[in-house]
Design a protein around this ligand. Structure first.
Ligand code: PLP
Length: 368
């Protein structure tokens, strides 16, 4: 039995009519950028994420950049980022002219290790960017406490964890201002690029509204050097429909994860995802670790089972960051995780039969 890494079919086929009605509504409105659909989605997402303000933007990277710009972070500032995140987190810091300072994760969860943050602080440190990697909430209690102690700002990268929580509070609602992505494959995905900033600070929300629209509040009057990074009406209309299903899709992801936990228990040399005390996990990805990762991936590919690696090369080893001169071995935890991680098929609507087929593929490798 073949199992794709990701299929949108179980998510999208049952809501086709609703999505098409939303698309038709925008088509017939004759209004396509920054209108009522965006406003309605922003309100709905604020309710979902339990924040006062959501500002829709063009994608997740822009959401991070605009959040940092709204905080006034720029040249001369240092921002603490995870060493093992998707490169977007680092790129946002670099694009506002600040310096990303990598901090190694807790290898058990792949999330930022609060105990390691303190050692990375300098007189220039302005902010911490926790990334809720793979869908698991970071230890936001200790991170926020440390930020308060050292007078640092917090910008959550919530691209992978919509609906996750730490001690009952939703990710994307802890930092002064936070970013998320609605890239199609994210837990809440548009039919194209989209993203948003979330905050409880009305002033910061207003600054992002200005920045996303050419630095302008009044058309053709520009107060700051802004961007064109608007969420469009079509994506906002689609996202309103899909947001209504997100809680159910999250439940399904968690069900798939618990099937994996059962079917993959007791396979020697295979480390399954661990959920930390106080955190919930919404399983954007179900990531296992094994020292024989490449051979296992080849074995599964040959059996028609789709897998991915998130991510094969940590940001400090990318050519884009060669100027930082962080050689191989300089961030050993990130490098070790990158060399051993494997993301198994995970999507809402995946069946236990499909999970069992993936598990059988892995067992046939383990017993080879
Ligand atoms: C997807 C992602 C982003 C960027 O989102 P885009 O919408 O693709 O720009 C940023 N950070 C993390 C952790 C992501 O997974």
């Amino acid at each position: 039995m073949q199992v794709p890494f990701l299929s949108f079919q179980p998510q999208h086929a049952p809501i086709r009519e609703e999505i098409m009605a939303a698309v038709g509504r925008v088509y017939d409105s004759y209004w396509y950028v920054l209108g009522e659909e965006v406003t309605r989605f922003e309100r709905a997402y604020s309710d979902f994420n339990q924040v006062a303000h959501t500002v829709g933007v063009a994608n997740g990277l822009d959401a991070l950049v605009l959040a940092l710009r709204a905080l006034g972070i720029g040249p001369g500032d240092e921002v603490l980022v995870p060493s093992n995140t998707y490169i977007a987190t680092w790129l946002a810091v670099t694009q506002v002219g600040a310096t990303p300072v990598p901090v190694e994760p807790d290898p058990a969860t792949s999330n930022l290790d609060p105990a390691r943050l303190e050692a990375a602080l300098t007189a220039r440190t302005r902010a911490i960017m926790p990334v809720h990697l793979y869908g698991q909430a970071c230890a936001m209690g200790p991170i926020m406490a440390l930020a308060r102690r050292h007078n640092l700002l917090v910008v959550e990268d919530n691209a992978q964890a919509q609906g996750a929580a730490f001690e009952g509070q939703l990710t994307g609602s802890f930092g002064q201002i936070n970013a998320t992505s609605f890239y199609p494959g994210k837990n809440l995905g548009a039919l194209g690029d989209a993203g948003a900033v979330t905050t409880n600070d009305a002033g910061l929300a207003q600054q992002v509204r200005v920045l996303r629209n050419y630095g302008s509040q009044q058309k053709y009057y520009n107060e700051v050097v802004g961007y064109n990074s608007r969420l469009d009406e079509l994506q906002a209309a689609v996202l309103q429909v899909k947001l209504r299903y997100l809680a159910e899709w999250t439940r399904q992801r968690q069900q798939v994860a618990s099937w994996y936990d059962e079917h993959l228990a007791d396979i020697a040399g295979l480390r399954l995802p661990a959920v930390a005390t106080g955190a919930t996990h919404v399983y954007h990805l179900y990531v296992v670790h094994t020292p024989v990762r490449d051979a296992l991936q080849q074995h599964l590919t040959a059996r028609g089972i789709g897998t991915m690696i998130h991510y094969p090369v940590p940001p400090h080893r990318q050519q884009a960051y060669a100027a930082l001169q962080l050689p191989a071995g300089s961030l050993p935890i990130a490098e070790q995780l990158a060399a051993t991680c494997l993301s198994l098929p995970m999507f809402p609507g995946m069946t236990e039969v499909q999970v069992a087929a993936v598990a059988a593929g892995i067992r046939s490798f383990a017993g080879r």
